[in-house]
Design a protein around this ligand. Structure first.
Ligand code: HDE
Length: 719
């Protein structure tokens, strides 16, 4: 079987040569699927020029039949996704903890394929939905495929796989009218959540800006569950996996997210694709938190509970390697759509824990591939193939690709010389961690999972003031879309357990009172014959009040690489002023686009022709990270007379982005333009991130800061 080999930037010609499954039609005849050359792909076979089409037209029938079957069922969750190829390179050996081959030798490169996704929406839904993002990594290791199927949020809504279909039914569009698409802001979702206190920690994350990333390249990834590492001596430690983006963790504003959904619903997909095409390869470091087995019960939470993090202050994250994505897929369907991840794709040296959510996932992923990809042979699809040789006695099935030779398909056998044979541990054979089990068979939840609120509070307390406001706004928005008042009330009750001021502010926005004695007698996690009093959620006193790693305010802000900057220009623009900013921005890795009232060319003050990238008709401020107005009085005057240009800047202002101008351009800034908007005067905090000096260094610093949320206090700018 063909092997996936190269991981360098543009290896396609080489890959095609190596891989008979790749098809490149360059210089080739058009054929049927049977290899017959076609001489007319424009007309069907007819009984005369104006006659009926003949049933015998096997070429037409083959083409239409194939077309009719082009779609496969989309994923029930994570349907909308974008992916890329790359490699993982180890910095530091983890030999002490694991025998996994790809984690032994520093410098070792392992090819990867990574698929990012939203969860709730359909395949064609917007990228900017408020949602969790999937972050699934397939490592093609020499010991077999290893999948780390994680999310961009380190916890989950529920603790037990038994609740997953309920959660997904609740968040998906409502079944009677299929509304709303790719949104949690509706009654069924919040009905479920309001009765599911264990979701409160996840809700804090999902209502934070983490759920509206600026770019897939600027978000963290997490394995979520606690896993095990096992070394050569069969000694095990617990491990949590993290992906840390080298560009920092950044988000957009919620108002902006909604507008991007209209202007470019492929925003994240395009951003990932373009970055890779431009050679600005996205990079993440793989981090591990290692917990010795003896410390299993030392924490205030249960390591097996997927609604809990292990705060970085308690167990530091060790960065052990780097993943680089350097090649876009050649074909979306063949690769991104048909890739099949599974948390149960393991290599020796890594194993599961008893996290009851993870345990359920181990069943689900193969099962879902059977319905989605239609055959137990999904592992033979090129993107899913192991680079390690595959030999076993599994045979046949729909669309079998492998032609197994010989007469033996059973074991033990003598006719095949006993092959294929089992591998001992020393030969790389996988064996599960020999965990001791001595307990009753029981359908229950451990009391150590009952603390539903303290880490929700830890998360909220760790946020900066603007981030707290965004959570309050997001909850008010989502619950504002809920029509059933009782659901809103139940949510306010739950929020009182996270933070009283949070509950108070959300309640005020919803026109509700905060209940004095919130009642949790209705806890639907109680089994039918259980005593509800014994199942009430708890709140443990955490030793940690705050964790800096939880706030995006503390992320790296030292680079403008791949940031998109709009330059607004019109006839008469000062060419020198334009170049004085454009050149240093591009030298720092940003992309500059020239936006003008019309396409074609603009005549500069110096009389030179400057090609325009986009007009105000197709460009929008929400698709850029910052905006700059170069000098040239005539150009600035023309822009002042262009409502779309004025709106462009106001919108960038409203979304707290860096805005820069040369001295002439000042007139266009909010507060000065167009002179009539008295209410649009901006005051002290509102000036943050507005650079009127034309100084490139200052502007670059402002762009690197990403957003000036303090400006939100200034809500007077209409946009
Ligand atoms: Fe998944 N999940 N999941 N999930 N999940 C799927 O598998 C499931 C969970 C995650 O890009 C499905 O191939 C159950 C947690 C990602 O192709 C399905 C439970 C986490 C992706 C499935 C969970 C994830 C999926 C749908 C609870 C973060 C997209 C299509 C017991 C750690 C992978 C598919 C891709 C996809 C089941 C919970 C991450 C139905 C039953 C927790 C990133 O098998």
């Amino acid at each position: 079987m063909a092997k996936r080999k190269s991981t360098t930037s543009k290896p396609n010609a080489k890959l095609i040569e190596l891989d008979p499954d790749r098809s490149d039609a360059t210089g080739q005849f058009l054929t049927t699927n049977q290899g017959l050359k076609i001489n007319d792909n424009q007309n069907s076979l007819k009984a005369g020029e104006r006659g009926a089409t003949l049933l015998e037209d096997f070429i037409l029938r083959e083409k239409i039949t194939h077309f009719d079957h082009e779609r496969i069922p989309e994923r029930i969750v994570h349907a909308r996704g974008s992916a890329a190829h790359g490699y993982f390179e180890l910095y530091e050996s983890l030999k002490e903890f694991t025998k996994a081959g790809f984690l032994q030798d520093p410098g070792k490169r392992t090819p990867v394929f990574v698929r990012f996704s939203t969860v709730a929406g359909s395949r064609g839904s917007t990228d900017l939905a408020r949602d969790v993002r999937g972050f699934a990594v397939k490592f093609y290791t020499e010991e077999g495929v290893y999948d780390l199927v994680g999310n961009n949020i380190p916890v989950f809504f529920i603790q037990d796989a038994m609740k997953f279909p309920d959660l997904v039914h609740a968040v998906k569009p409502e079944p009677h009218n299929e509304i709303p698409q790719a949104a949690s802001a509706h009654d069924t979702f919040w009905d479920f959540i309001s009765l599911m206190p264990e979701s409160m920690h996840m809700i804090m994350w999902a209502m934070s800006d983490r759920a509206i990333p600026r770019s897939l390249r600027m978000m963290e990834g997490f394995g979520v569950h606690t896993f095990r590492l096992i070394n050569e001596n069969d000694k095990s430690v617990f491990v949590k996996f993290h992906w840390k983006p080298l560009l920092g963790v950044h988000s957009v504003a919620w108002d902006e997210a909604q507008r991007i959904s209209g202007k470019d619903c492929d925003f994240h997909r395009r951003d990932l694709w373009e970055a890779i095409e431009n050679g600005a390869f996205p990079e993440w470091e793989l981090g591990v938190q290692i917990i010795p087995e003896k410390d299993e019960h030392k924490f205030e939470f249960d390591l097996l509970d997927p609604t809990k993090i292990v705060p970085e202050e308690l167990v530091p994250v060790r960065r052990i390697g780097k993943m680089t994505l350097n090649r876009n897929p050649d074909n979306f369907f063949a690769e991104t759509e048909q890739v099949a991840f599974h948390p149960g794709h393991l290599v020796p040296g890594i194993d599961f824990t008893n996290d009851p959510l993870l345990q359920g996932r181990l069943f689900s992923y193969t099962d879902t591939q059977l319905s989605r990809l239609g055959s137990a042979n999904f592992h033979e699809i090129p993107i899913n193939r192991s680079v390690a040789p595959v030999h076993n006695n599994q045979r046949d099935g729909h669309m079998r690709q492998t032609i197994n030779t010989g007469r033996v398909s059973y074991q033990p056998n003598s006719l095949g010389g006993g092959c294929p044979f089992q591998a001992k541990a020393a030969e790389g054979g996988f064996s599960s961690y020999a965990e001791k089990i001595d307990s009753k068979k029981i359908r229950a939840r451990s009391r150590s999972f009952f603390d539903n609120f303290s880490q929700a509070t830890l998360f909220f307390n760790s946020q900066s003031e603007p981030e707290k406001h965004h959570i309050i706004d997001a909850l008010s928005f989502e619950l504002g879309k809920v029509e059933t008042i009782a659901i809103r009330e139940r949510m306010v009750s739950l929020l009182t357990q996270v933070d009283k001021s949070l509950a108070g502010k959300v309640a005020a926005n919803l026109g509700l009172a905060v209940p004095k004695n919130p009642d949790f007698q209705v806890n639907h996690s109680v089994p039918a014959d259980g005593d509800p009093k014994k199942f009430q959620p708890l709140k443990t006193k955490m030793s940690l009040e705050k964790s800096d790693a939880l706030s995006m305010a503390n992320t790296i802000k030292n680079s403008i690489k791949t940031r998109k900057i709009a330059f607004l220009i019109a006839d008469g623009v000062d060419q020198k002023s334009l170049a004085a900013m454009k050149t240093p921005l591009e030298a720092s890795g940003a992309t500059v686009q020239l936006i003008a009232p019309r396409l074609g060319v603009i005549k500069s003050r110096e009389g030179k022709q400057i090609p325009v990238d986009q007009s105000f008709l197709t460009a929008a401020s929400v698709l850029f990270d910052a905006v700059y107005v170069p000098g040239g009085e005539k150009s600035v005057q023309a822009l002042l007379n262009e409502p779309a240009a004025v709106h462009f800047i106001r919108e960038a202002y409203k979304h707290c982005k860096a805005i820069g101008c040369d001295s002439d351009g000042k007139k266009l800034l909010p507060g000065s333009a167009p002179g009539k908007q008295k209410s649009a005067r901006i005051t002290a905090p509102g000036h943050a991130g507005i650079i009127t000096s034309g100084n490139a260094k200052e502007f670059i610093k402002a762009v690197a800061n990403h957003r000036f949320w303090e400006r939100e206090a200034e809500r007077k700018i209409p946009a």
